[in-house]
Write a protein that binds this ligand. Structure first.
Ligand SMILES: [Zn+2]
Length: 352
């Protein structure tokens, strides 16, 4: 659909020909704004049936999304959204398909990103499909096995960064300025792609009360919230489910901000769940708004609880997922959501 970009910080507007995702005036985050009211379909048969709800571009059609909703053992109150079945085994592919199409459309031949692992894997894969070179900046704290995955699907050049994700992000932004590479990652186009996860879930289940989402950079949770708002505004759903954000107790800036009723502030990550080890989530403020507007909240789970959940998922279902990927299941158990309705837990990634 036709759109423009608007800065979250200084409200400056940019037409769709603006080849960037950060405000040229204040470096604030841009947001995609559609020129007409978004009318999401709840009878899609493929990911690309959502093209009218995405920024207008020259998309190429790949096998993506429409992941199954698996019913957990028991009374049917818990459903698992199997994002591990996307091409690079995580939800990131939804955003990459949209974001890399824009990079190609603007005529870039190189993209750059910062990543905790899964983002780089997905961007490496989609860059190759779109004929783009990719540079990825990864913290030395990241899971080294993920590098093999990244190398196996594309030609990404990996730059190791001593420090955490936020340090890698600063270096990726610097690279994009110096080398005129398209900066990809947790920005506005990716968020639009992530919306499709919520469209699908709301098509798959009608009496949902809780939407449980793991939180790293908070792009997925803010995409889910945007999709739910669009569905509500178009009268496709009566009520938004509560949005529950899950972080590791060793890296829980949102949980802390939610408890203290304060703005989100940086916290140095100490967790083995590398996919959600982000000390200062880019879309943190939007996640806080999602909790407030849907009656949801933020939950922290320990690495031990994540390890147990990962083991249980494999033993009970034969499903492999990573620590960050099972965070939503651990939160479901810990927060006692079973008693209060019907929940979807996003199984976000399986790169172990
Ligand atoms: Zn601005």
């Amino acid at each position: 659909m036709d759109y423009y970009l608007k800065c979250n910080r200084c409200n400056e507007k940019y037409g769709s020909s603006y080849a960037g995702q950060i405000c040229g005036s204040c470096s604030g985050l841009l947001e995609v704004q559609y020129k007409k009211k978004v009318r999401p379909s709840l009878d899609a048969e493929s990911f690309w049936d959502y093209e009218d709800q995405l920024p207008k571009s020259q998309y190429r059609h790949y096998l993506l999304g429409m992941t199954p909703l698996a019913r957990a053992h028991g009374d049917g109150s818990l459903l698992m959204k199997m994002e591990t079945l996307n091409p690079t085994h995580s939800f990131k592919d939804r955003g990459s398909a949209v974001e890399l199409a824009k990079a190609a459309e603007y005529g870039f031949d190189e993209v750059v990103c910062a990543s905790t692992g899964n983002m780089a894997y997905s961007i490496s894969y989609y860059s190759k499909l779109y004929g783009l070179r990719s540079q990825v900046f990864i913290s030395t704290n990241a899971n080294k096995d993920k590098i093999n995955d990244i190398k196996s699907v594309g030609d990404a050049q990996v730059h190791w960064v001593k420090g955490d994700f936020n340090k890698a992000l600063a270096q990726a932004e610097d690279y994009s300025r110096k080398h005129k590479a398209f900066l990809t990652g947790d920005y506005c186009y990716r968020k639009e792609g992530q919306k499709t996860l919520a469209y699908e879930v709301m098509q798959q289940v009608h009496d949902l009360t809780h939407f449980i989402v793991p939180v790293g950079n908070a792009t997925l949770i803010s995409g889910v919230y945007k999709a739910l708002r669009e569905l509500k505004a178009a009268n496709k759903i009566r009520k938004m489910p509560k949005i529950i954000g899950v972080q590791a107790s060793g890296c829980m800036p949102l949980v802390r901000a939610f408890k203290l009723k304060k703005p989100v502030s940086y916290e140095r990550p100490h967790t083995k769940a590398d996919a959600i080890a982000v000390g200062l989530p880019t879309f943190g403020a939007q996640a806080m708004e999602a909790f407030k507007e849907t009656g949801g909240y933020a939950v922290a789970v320990s690495d031990r609880e994540l390890e147990d959940e990962k083991k249980r998922l494999y033993e009970n279902y034969g499903i492999v997922a990573e620590l960050g990927g099972v965070a939503s299941l651990a939160a479901y158990r810990k927060a006692g959501i079973k008693e209060s309705g019907r929940a979807v837990a996003v199984i976000s990634g399986a790169n172990v």
